[in-house]
Design a protein around this ligand. Structure first.
Ligand code: ZN
Length: 308
């Protein structure tokens, strides 16, 4: 449905070098290569060079890594010109600021702000999202879930290995079904308790063990709104690096209209007309209701409904 659409955090172009990674000495040679580029994170914020009009990733080489960091550099892959790209954390202080001081033109910026302001090219934002999810996984999975022994990074960081029980551990991605439910000229939108005032969005939830995407979407909509959903179509998907979700965007046709809201999850859920939805996207709604910004997949689901 949305072939042309490139979501924020999608569009990474790196060759992940799956075949070369396991080769003896390959990753080490990449790390010490003169063309190696290392992306640094201070906690969950990326270090960005804002010295000129076009902000860019603050890239360092192996020789000038700011410090050892909580995890070693993780190999992300090769750029088109074969230059290797790594990611690593720098230590942070309690307030989240980098423990290492950087020149004034190096800023630690969170990925939502980078996406919201669209100050990086899409492929660089996609690269950051990949780097952020992978480094976060490494930092949270240093011990074997099977035997409790410390695990080690393998093949540059696309997995970890437990030397005690020989089990391999792979980075996880958590699928989230997000669905715009519609019925005729109306669509169903809700607001979570943490949303900014008057903001409404498509309903969403994690796909649980043993479910298909469609089953998860129907269950979530029923739990949160009491609305029954019939046919479902796939729209598009988006990596969501908070911390490592994959948003699976769907359109669903409602079979019922009566709402029974899950008050633990939501503050409100209601039907909006197509005209309402358009005004919410345009920021012109009379009552001030608003839709999520373009960095969120929900914005594009709603846009598709408005355009239909
Ligand atoms: Zn183990």
């Amino acid at each position: 449905m949305a072939d042309e659409l490139i979501h924020s955090f999608a569009g990474g172009t790196l060759n992940r070098a799956a075949l070369e990674r396991p080769l003896e000495g390959f990753v080490d040679a990449q790390l010490t290569s003169a063309t190696a580029q290392i992306i640094s994170f201070a906690g969950d914020r990326a270090l960005i060079d804002v010295s000129d009009d076009q902000p860019k990733l603050h890239l360092v080489t192996h020789g000038d890594l700011p410090n050892s960091g909580p995890i070693p550099p993780i190999f992300l892959g090769l750029r088109e010109d074969e230059s290797p790209v790594f990611a690593q954390f720098t230590d942070v202080l309690d307030d989240g600021a980098p423990a290492t001081s950087f020149p004034d033109h190096i800023k630690a910026i969170d990925l939502r702000s980078l996406a919201g302001q669209a100050i990086l090219p899409p492929e660089e934002l996609g690269l950051l999202a990949y780097a952020r999810s992978l480094t976060a996984w490494h930092s949270a999975h240093r011990f074997c879930a099977n035997c409790g022994h410390a695990t080690v990074i393998k093949t540059g960081g696309d997995r970890r290995h437990c030397d005690a029980c020989q089990r391999e551990h792979y980075p996880r991605t958590d699928p989230v079904a997000i669905m715009l439910v519609h019925k005729g000229d109306k669509c169903l939108l809700g607001r979570g308790r943490h949303f900014e005032e008057l903001r409404y969005s498509a309903l969403a939830g994690f796909v649980e063990t043993g479910e298909t995407i469609e089953e998860a979407a129907r269950r979530e909509i029923l739990e949160e709104s009491g609305v029954l959903v019939g046919s479902i179509s796939y729209h598009s998907s988006q990596p969501w690096p908070f911390v490592s979700s994959l948003m699976i965007g769907l359109m669903g046709e409602a079979l019922s209209e009566d709402i029974v809201m899950d008050e633990a999850e939501l503050e409100d859920v209601r039907w909006f007309s197509r005209a309402d939805a358009k005004a919410m996207l345009d920021g012109t709604h009379e009552q001030g209701f608003s839709a999520p910004p373009p960095l969120a997949i929900a914005h594009h689901l709603l846009q598709s409904f408005v355009n239909a």
